[in-house]
Design a protein around this ligand. Structure first.
Ligand code: EPZ
Length: 429
């Protein structure tokens, strides 16, 4: 298994290009199931999760092709994915694939909406929380699907198609909003989806569906009104930039005392993270090419944050921000409200000398003058990258194990950081 070795203490300077958003790309790929015409997605990130989902879609019968970007912004092999779901011959999403990546559950709504049935494995447990899929199931039932759980699988049927309805999500869920949005796009009549997630990735999906012929009002708001269409058509769509990758490298700049320009980043979608970084002592500004983040010698100040659905502080930035707080002057309180078990990075950070006390959903971080390198490992993507950030700031050597978590969501992480002066390398094995 690969490992990453970091020798900390170098301020990072230079430019890092931000890729397409993993959490936008995954539902956008699934949207290809809604039409028999070709959906072409550009700005595709090269990540393990993208390959896993492509594999799942292929086993349903989707023809998947990769090519170079043709929209003039870049020419890089494999940045464009064309998906054509003209011959779907398998409506089963098997356990082996769904358990590897929970976003696979998103095929449920589109398959039932277009083909009147689907059999999708329940994903099972997850390192960051129980993560049930009841909101997907209840929402599809409200749209008229009959659903049973048999042998660990969700068996859904809607022989006469789905019917539009008024549906209020009891809790904000990104995945359930995306699943139901796709299902409603092919339902008969109007669906009103209240308390919908407002994450930019949801809006990216909605805009792509509109490009495919869907009628959706209220994009970006908590009330989506979807007028179902009998069929959607193909489209070309550019995937939005990754706001979590942006926020992560922004913290790399701040924690290392450096100055990075994040090319193709969008300051607007990292609003609350940028505010927290400014409060901590960083300068964060929009540039022509993206976003510049710097900390020129100033101290890092303690800042309290609480994770919330968008536009609140993202749970996917919690571990990285906590890492920054470990070397702040003073104390900070980080509260996690989205997932019940997303502090798995705390004991690893403690091994590097961080002073963190967890009380339920809150962690009190008392800043220390510096972290010390250590061998560490993590159980999920964002926790893993938080250890990379800690390693960049620490004195001595940090060895990150279980690098496969990083490969799920950060493309060429060690190359991007090394190009800006980090002493970081991947050890194969
Ligand atoms: C998406 O997961 C992201 N994944 C996650 O990113 C992200 O952390 C999360 O949204 C929150 O922003 C993708 O987009 C592929 P939710 P999702 O449904 O859709 C509960 C990363 O690191 N819930 O918004 O699965 C759930 O347990 C990943 O890139 C139910 O109770 O998240 C959680 O507590 C990790 N029942 C809360 O809602 C349901 O049916 C929010 O989950 C669905 C969710």
């Amino acid at each position: 298994m690969d490992r990453i070795r970091i020798r900390g203490g170098q301020p990072l300077t230079g430019k890092i290009r931000i890729g397409g958003a993993k959490n936008a790309a995954l539902p956008l790929m699934v949207a290809s199931l809604l039409t028999d015409e070709t959906l072409t997605l550009s700005n595709l990130p090269h990540l393990a999760d993208i390959q896993t989902l492509a594999h799942l879609l292929q086993q349903h019968g989707v023809a998947v092709e990769l090519s170079a970007d043709g929209d003039g912004r870049e020419v890089a092999e494999g940045r464009v994915m064309s998906l054509r779901a003209a011959h779907i011959d398998n409506l089963v999403a098997p356990y082996e694939l769904v358990r590897r990546m929970r976003a696979s559950v998103l095929v449920l709504g589109p398959l039932v909406a277009r083909f009147g049935e689907a059999r999708v494995s329940l994903p099972g447990g997850c390192a960051i929380g129980t993560r049930p899929v009841n909101l997907h199931i209840d929402g599809l039932k409200a749209l008229g699907a009959e659903i049973e759980i048999v042998g660990g699988y969700i068996e859904a049927r809607a022989k006469n198609g789905l019917k539009g309805t008024i549906l209020r999500l009891p809790q904000v869920s990104v995945g359930a909003t995306e699943d139901l949005l796709m299902a409603a796009a092919l339902a008969d009549g109007v669906t009103v989806l209240e308390n919908a997630a407002r994450e930019p990735e949801v809006s990216d999906l909605a805009r792509c569906l509109v490009a495919m012929g869907a009628e959706i009002e209220g994009i970006g708001s908590e009330r989506l009104v979807i007028t179902g269409k009998p069929r959607l058509h193909g489209a070309r769509y550019r995937i939005m930039g990754d706001r979590i990758e942006t926020g992560t490298y922004a913290i790399a700049a701040v924690i290392s005392g450096g100055d990075l320009e994040l090319v193709d980043a969008d300051l607007e979608v990292i609003g609350v993270v940028a505010e927290a970084l400014r409060a901590a002592g960083a300068e964060v500004d929009a540039t022509k090419a993206g976003v510049r983040v710097q900390r020129n010698g100033g101290v890092i100040r303690g800042v309290d944050v609480m994770t919330q659905p968008f536009p609140g502080f993202p749970t996917d930035m919690q571990a990285q921000f906590m890492t920054l707080m470990t070397v702040a002057e003073g104390a900070a309180m980080v509260t996690e409200t989205i997932f019940e078990n997303r502090f798995m990075h705390v004991p690893e950070l403690a091994r590097m000398g961080a002073n963190i006390t967890v009380h339920g959903a809150s962690a009190m971080i008392r800043g220390v003058p510096s972290l010390n390198g250590a061998p560490v490992m993590a159980t999920d993507l964002r926790a893993s990258v938080s250890l990379v950030l800690a390693g960049l700031a620490a004195s001595g050597e940090t060895m990150i194990n279980r690098v496969y978590h990083l490969d799920r969501g950060y493309e060429r992480l060690e190359e991007k950081l090394a190009a800006c002066g980090a002493d970081i390398e991947r050890l194969k094995g």
